[in-house]
Design a binder for this molecule. Structure first.
Ligand code: KIV
Length: 277
């Protein structure tokens, strides 16, 4: 059993976008986990996690829904408030759920305001192409935005399932183009989910100012995110190849989260040979 001591991580100050950009430009990997409640936020904060995502994955791992599609804005706002009460130092990103931003830029603004007033520091929305205009509208109005490209779970029915995106040259080119448009529109961060490592690396190289956070997107993104229930091995059934069970080495939940942080920071997670596509 390996215990990970607090001394292994530097002292903490509250995270902000300036500091995240500094870490990115200095090549320090950025860590993000999903979280939906206050007590676990304290554990993640103590374990040195840089960013928490109140993801609409809560539909599946908390509510037991078959997908993220049923999750509502009120539910994300509620879980954001829960996380914020437990937080001291972590950068808080809240998902704009399905149906809360697609109608118009104004709808996206209203939904983002609700999440920022619940305590989020940044909102995340899925997809490329038409979303660039919305991202520009939000960032111009002082709302930091995280884009989300590749596998976009809110579109699972349109995509025909949870499949790797950008495997063929045309798909890869579309991802690269969408990423460039989103970066130009002002997206400070982008989650890149389930795509070939080379495509994710291209997206980061093409847009050096945008902080890419990978999940199933290889080692060459600026940071990594996992769903908490997956990396703590709470999720039942077959997990995607990109997930590592950080509880496998034993110890406490806080130890497992520290191992995630240290493994991302030292580049040993993800391992291209095991977790990459
Ligand atoms: O909702 C979520 O948890 C996410 C992550 C998979 C990145 O979007």
């Amino acid at each position: 059993m390996s215990s990970v001591t607090p001394a292994a991580l530097p002292a903490r100050k509250p995270m902000n976008l300036h500091r995240l950009r500094e870490m990115h430009s200095q090549g320090e990997k950025i860590t993000m986990l999903t979280c939906y409640e206050s007590s676990m936020t304290r554990v993640m904060d103590d374990a040195g996690v840089d960013c928490i995502l109140i993801g609409d994955s809560l539909g599946m791992v908390v509510q037991g829904q078959p997908s993220t599609v049923p999750v509502t804005l009120d539910e994300i706002a509620y879980h954001t408030r829960c996380v914020v009460r437990g937080n001291r130092n972590v950068w808080i990103v809240s998902d704009l759920p399905f149906g809360s931003y697609q109608e118009s830029r104004e709808q996206a603004l209203r939904s983002s305001v609700a999440l920022m007033q619940a305590g989020a520091h940044m909102v995340k929305l899925e997809g490329g192409g038409w979303t660039a205009e919305t991202v520009h509208f939000l960032t111009e109005r002082g709302i930091p935005v995280c884009a989300h490209l590749g596998l976009t779970p809110q579109s699972v029915h349109a995509l025909g399932g949870y499949r790797i995106q950008g495997r063929d040259p045309a798909g890869a080119e579309t991802l690269r183009r969408h990423a460039k448009e989103l970066a130009q529109a002002g997206a400070a961060m982008a989650v890149l989910e389930l795509m070939p490592s080379d495509v994710a690396a291209d997206v980061q190289a093409d847009n050096p100012g945008m902080i890419t956070i990978g999940i199933g997107a290889g080692q060459r993104t600026a940071g990594q995110v996992l769903v908490m229930h997956d990396m703590l091995h709470i999720t039942r059934g077959k997990l995607p190849r990109f997930v590592r069970n950080f509880m496998a080495e034993g110890g406490s939940i806080e130890d497992a989260i520290r191992r995630f942080v240290l493994s991302v920071k030292d580049g040993s997670f993800p391992d291209e040979a095991i977790h990459g596509y």
